[in-house]
Write a protein that binds this ligand. Structure first.
Ligand SMILES: Nc1ncnc2c1ncn2[C@@H]1O[C@H](COP(=O)(O)OP(=O)(O)O)[C@@H](O)[C@H]1O
Ligand SMILES: [Mg+2]
Length: 347
């Protein structure tokens, strides 16, 4: 078990400021997801924590102890990389056992731990194979096994599932969560995939251009995004942003100011049929352009006051192309953002 404290950490490569004063505190045993677009500095932050890069300024602490000058191998940190980085000439058993051998653990303990972790990852039948005889998903499991076998109190993951197909990704997501529940290590998981972030994180740190823009539980980030960037980045299908007179239909003082955006997720926008609920407001007529069948739901694409919108409806509801339908919003689920600053006006 280990808590992590990152204070005012900066890092520059050449003339580029990559980390601009990162503050982040992670509780012992937490699963924190660091999410952000490619190039925002996620790997740099993780590598700095692991000791593979040196920060220019700021402090890194594990369990209250400053580790800035501690060698990587003495930081009690394991790391899993996107590209697996297995030893090609060693079989799966030796790959997983490698770190334990370096620690001079007795043979029976190494066998016990490797077998335990292989069992957990369902790769026990592969222990005598070489990496080239494995599929991508199996290799990634071995890489996870190698990192987890050392039982370090901190485990860092840098986009470990990016090279896997969608089906394996969703399966491994659940397995990593299950491993976390069994192992109780403190884990930081880096991804650019907002779906991985919200499904896996106890808390999520959303990063942009070397700055952590918002830190919170997946529910907080989804329902109370601090600004337009976060509202757009987290959630799929993406939030609709509407401007112009339509914004003023929202009966809040913030919505009456000039240059505001109405942010409404596709599931909070509904075709208005029958009487309105107490928190519902009609916002105008949408012309339907097309419908995508998603199975249980359909995504309706349409135009309202010359602006494109998307909304989710039951797939059994009947709509026809070019039909005009009245739209309503649920006030408990919409946001007003200032167009210029991008800030959520009601937080
Ligand atoms: N060793 C390095 N030397 C120079 N620039 C680097 C180095 N490592 C990363 N960068 C740059 O720093 C920025 C952030 O990189 P990175 O942390 O890998 O982003 P992310 O993991 O969020 O995609 C990128 O613009 C990248 O090109
Ligand atoms: Mg990266």
């Amino acid at each position: 078990m280990a808590s992590i404290e990152i204070s005012k950490v900066t890092k520059q490569f050449g003339s580029l400021q990559i980390l601009k004063g990162i503050d982040l505190q992670i509780q012992s045993g937490e699963f924190l997801v660091l999410v952000g677009p490619s190039g925002c500095g996620k790997s740099t932050l993780l590598r700095t924590l692991a000791g593979l890069e040196k920060s220019d300024e700021g402090e890194l602490k594990i369990d209250g102890k400053v580790i800035n000058d501690v060698e990587p191998q003495s930081r009690s940190i394991s790391m899993v990389f996107q590209n697996y980085a297995l030893y090609p000439h060693m079989d799966v058993f030796s790959n997983i056992a490698f770190g334990l051998k370096l620690l001079n653990k007795p043979k029976h303990e190494i066998e016990h731990r490797v077998n335990g972790i292989a069992n957990l990852l369902q790769i026990s039948h592969l222990l005598d194979r070489k990496p080239k005889e494995l599929s991508g998903g199996q290799r990634q499991r071995v890489a996870l096994g190698r990192a987890l076998a050392r039982q370090n109190p901190v485990v860092l993951f840098d986009e470990p599932l990016s090279n896997l197909d969608a089906h394996l990704r969703s399966q491994m997501r659940v397995e990593i969560k299950r491993l976390h529940q069994n192992m109780k290590s403190t884990m930081i998981y880096v991804t650019h995939d907002q779906m991985e972030a919200t499904t896996m994180g106890d808390r999520i740190a959303v990063m942009k251009e070397g700055v952590i823009e918002q830190l919170g539980t997946p529910t907080e980030i989804y329902h109370s995004p601090k600004n337009v960037f976060i509202a757009r980045f987290i959630g799929s299908p993406e939030m609709n942003f509407l401007e112009g007179p339509i914004v003023k239909k929202v009966p809040w003082p913030e919505a009456q100011k000039p240059d505001q955006l109405l942010g409404v997720r596709p599931e909070a926008l509904k075709v208005s049929r029958g009487p309105l609920g107490p928190q519902e407001v009609e916002i105008g007529q949408m012309q339907i352009e097309l419908s995508e069948n998603l199975g249980g739901q359909q995504m309706l694409h349409g135009i309202i006051e010359n602006q494109s919108v998307r909304l989710l409806a039951d797939s059994l509801d009947k709509f026809s192309i070019s039909e005009q339908v009245p739209l309503k919003i649920d006030l408990t689920k919409v946001h007003i953002f200032d167009k210029k600053s991008g800030l959520n006006q009601r937080l």
